[in-house]
Design a protein around this ligand. Structure first.
Ligand SMILES: [Zn+2]
Length: 250
């Protein structure tokens, strides 16, 4: 016999199944990432249609069967509706959810990534911090919670905290002026960019989305995160295609 459980979490994706159902992937506080069937939510006038979409954050009552979960009730706390009105926001939010999906597992403690994702979607919706900066911050922090933090406080080779000069993903972070010759693909890092990286990795979630950066810092952050994700994220997210098409048009 199965049993009922209640979890708090966010819907990362919602795939249509059969004629009327959906399969939701939910990142939860209690059980890590899980997937659950939402039956009948694609029927016309289904009262649960709005609660069975990506970005929904709330409390889910699930029936735990032998091999799968079925959604019985959803109490939505945040629909993140504002995100759905703007293509740039939808593309970014979809990518953030897809990356979270790829970095998390069932029965793992994924509270940090869930909280990060929640704060990130809120920042995106507020619109004060530009979306490309939000993306860089999210990638750096999500990979740190995943166990793959970049070293930006001292040289990965000699441990020196002085004269940190270049970033190299292969090495795992910053290299100082003396050691930079060992870098496979060094990216030059200015003092402001280094300070930004240190702030992102050292800051609490509440303060994470509280600053903006110059164009030069943004360009360096973009190069660093692109190289780092390519090295440490196993697969490429499909939603990146949309983001890149949009970048191309801009
Ligand atoms: Zn060094």
């Amino acid at each position: 016999m199965g049993q009922q459980i209640t979890v708090t979490g966010m819907v990362l994706s919602a795939m249509p199944i059969g004629e009327y159902d959906k399969r939701l992937v939910i990142l939860t506080k209690e059980r890590g990432k899980l997937s659950a069937f939402a039956k009948g939510v694609r029927r016309q006038n289904s009262p649960d249609a709005a609660a069975s979409q990506p970005f929904i954050f709330g409390t889910f009552t699930l029936y735990e069967g032998r091999t799968s979960y079925t959604v019985q009730q959803v109490e939505v706390q945040n629909y993140f509706d504002g995100l759905r009105r703007d293509l740039e926001m939808i593309y970014h939010a979809s990518y953030f959810c897809e990356l979270a999906d790829d970095l998390t597992r069932e029965y793992n403690d994924e509270k940090n990534i869930l909280l990060l994702l929640y704060q990130t979607l809120r920042a995106l919706m507020r619109g004060v911090v530009p979306a490309p900066l939000i993306r860089a911050i999210y990638e750096i922090k999500a990979l740190a919670y995943y166990g793959q933090a970049m070293e930006v406080f001292s040289c990965v080779k000699c441990g020196s905290q002085e004269a940190l000069a270049v970033f190299d993903s292969e090495a795992g972070g910053m290299l100082c002026g003396e050691c930079k010759g060992a870098a496979g693909a060094p990216i030059p890092v200015s003092d402001s960019t280094l300070y930004t990286l240190q702030f992102i990795l050292g800051s609490s979630l509440e303060k994470l989305y509280s600053f903006r950066v110059s164009e030069q810092v943004m360009a360096q952050l973009k190069a660093i995160t692109a190289q780092y994700c390519c090295r440490y994220v196993d697969k490429r997210q499909k939603s990146l295609d949309f983001l890149e098409q949009m970048d191309g048009k801009a």
